[in-house]
Design a protein around this ligand. Sequence first.
Ligand code: BES
Ligand code: MG
Ligand code: ZN
Length: 504
Amino acid sequence: MNITVQYNMTGHTSEELVFVGCFQKEAKKGKETVKELQTGHWPKEWKEAFQKIPSSAHFKGDKNVNFMFNLENGLRIFALGLGDKSKYNDEILRRVIAKAFKDYEGKNKEISILLDSFLLGRDLEKTAYTIAEAIGMTHYSYDVHKKNKTKRILETIHLDTTEKKTKAGKLEIAVAEAKIVTDAITVCRDFVNDPPNILNSVTYSKLVVEDIKKVKGVKAKVLGRAEIKKEKMGMFLSVNAGSAHEPQLVHLTYTPPKATSKTKHVAMVGKGLTFDTGGYSMKPSSAINGMKFDMAGSATVYAAFRAAAMLQLPVKISCYLGITDNAINEKATLPDSIVQARNGLSVEILNTDAEGRLVLGDVINYACEEKPDALIDAATLTGAVLVSLGHEVCGIMGNNQKLVNELLKAANDTHEHMWQLPIIEEYRDDMKSSCADLQNIGNSRNAGTAKAAAFLEFFVKNDVAWAHLDIAGVANDQKQLPYCPRGASGQIIRTLVTYLRNVK
Ligand code: BES
Ligand code: MG
Ligand code: ZN
């Protein structure tokens, strides 16, 4: 399939399907205000062909309403309603393009998108970026295991810049950058959708190291069981105790080309539970399916890291993926066990299903050694975040309001929903054990998401500014978003990349 982003309203061939954006305007008809379709920019033959179809009178350019019509030469025009121009924004554009693209992807060989008709303000580059992003995100399905696979790799989006020569270079960069981000989203979704019998700790870490090899300025290191033991990560090891596979701590570093001693350093940590059975505090069968998604935090931070490095952003980034499964055998950790964390605190494991915080606590502590300017972790940490915020909103918590605000702003700018929950002394106290320094669950089910964050905070050291993203809700099942497929969503990657772009 070919997708061309261009300006020309004329000169299309009948092979093509042309997407044209249509705004609505209000007009006075006698005493009444009515909504009218804006077609001022259409060529005469378009208007004629449109008006010939009686039902076209009902198409007023309402947001999310589309209308298809044919020109005499057979060319098909797909008019996409964008609604009122004053309310128009990039999220509306993303959704409109995603929906139209989904309807016709695979059915049409050539899709032409008329850039001018979708303009966000006067920003051609942002418009081209957003269209490319919407298509890149929408073009995904996890069907590698099916007999009938769709073609997964989208041929590049062509940009026909003959009419805007002066802008050509910038527009090409915008489309190429969008592709870097959406390719990273694809990589994340593939990892997250991969089943646990294929993606285990060792195969996962190998795939990551192999994938990042092609990116300039990145160093990769993998710590296995011996090294993790040497680091005294007793919590991490306790989660892996019942596993058939070695734990893996993937440590990636990206150094920008012109790094100086003033270059900012951001660390990202991800929960990489390739499957979470709950351990001996086993999940009921109603809750166990889907737990292959429990490595989504690691795939999310990895994807953001990959995109940032490919974009050659001027910020140093370290990425740490704590990878294992939470399974049981005769060596698996028993509930009531007490283990030693990397930072020396003893932790009573009252529930082996609260395993993510055990892995993250040790890995966060390790990441703090380098004294990054900011540390962000992402994890499918609690079912409780689904209770409070649903599948639609990511929970954010942290020890540094400036960092939290920067992430909230990045989320807002990318139209990904994020909401802060507090970490208070009472929550910290609730994580203290009667027979060890800490316990891994609170004394009640209340405030489960924030108490998990309160637990993690005990392992942040060197006064590092830290924020925790609980993505258990947003990582999958984004049915309401036309640019998210079934299964893994790849949500929050765009927020992290936007945040990283703004680090100065
Ligand atoms: N991986 C789960 C969290 C989860 C639950 C993600 C549902 C997605 C959907 C995590 O390891 C877990 O099991 N958390 C427990 C914590 C509890 C034992 C304090 C939970 O949320 O039930
Ligand atoms: Mg669990
Ligand atoms: Zn888990």
